[in-house]
Design a protein around this ligand. Sequence first.
Ligand SMILES: Nc1ncnc2c1ncn2[C@@H]1O[C@H](COP(=O)(O)OP(=O)(O)OP(=O)(O)O)[C@@H](O)[C@H]1O
Ligand SMILES: [Mg+2]
Length: 208
Amino acid sequence: MKLDLNTQGNRVSSNVKAFSSPDAKPAALADTRPSAGVIWLTGLSGAGKSTLCSLASARLRTRGYRTFIIDGDTLRTGLNSDLGFSAPDRKESVRRAAYTAALLADAGLLVLVALIAPFAADRARAREIIGPHYHEVFVNAGIEVCRRRDPKGLYRRALNGELPEFTGVSSPYEAPAAPELMLDSCNQPAAECVTLLIDYIARRFVPG
Ligand SMILES: Nc1ncnc2c1ncn2[C@@H]1O[C@H](COP(=O)(O)OP(=O)(O)OP(=O)(O)O)[C@@H](O)[C@H]1O
Ligand SMILES: [Mg+2]
């Protein structure tokens, strides 16, 4: 019997022709989820954006995701150090964060953004800049809870009039009308919020 090497290097009879089923194409089985993208956490100061990004990032890394956190406070120490808290400055701050996040996602990272981004129009622009792999997560904690938490003492200072244009006190927060995910960080403990966030991410992204 004449044996030929087939494409997989196996010796098979020359009169054997593999039946290729239209239902068994490798593409049909391929996982088309991306490994890179941007998860943007928005919410009032003290809502828990940084806390949840940091907890989620640590857990995602153990599962093989290549995460990177862009935190509003960190940006303000460098890239955004020239910006204040007026509406035009906040717009610019969100624009820079969005382009930075998009670049890092292009480099293959799963970017977690923790930035108040209080204006809906600025977030819509971030969505445009980043494209289909932008996911908005509303970390929803009411102003009363955030004032009580006041982890950085900022509400106390804002209420004393020391911080002009402070979101939720002297500057508005426009809550997202249709975020991809809402985390109720008043009623769900941080551990529960992180689990929901990770479940959301794991359904849409694969480890990088
Ligand atoms: N369910 C929860 N999720 C997240 N944080 C929570 C939760 N419950 C209580 N906290 C506490 O609330 C505080 C949230 O502070 P955090 O700095 O994360 O807020 P933030 O949204 O990043 O604020 P900012 O915009 O000022 O940076 C932390 O002290 C955290 O421990
Ligand atoms: Mg923060």
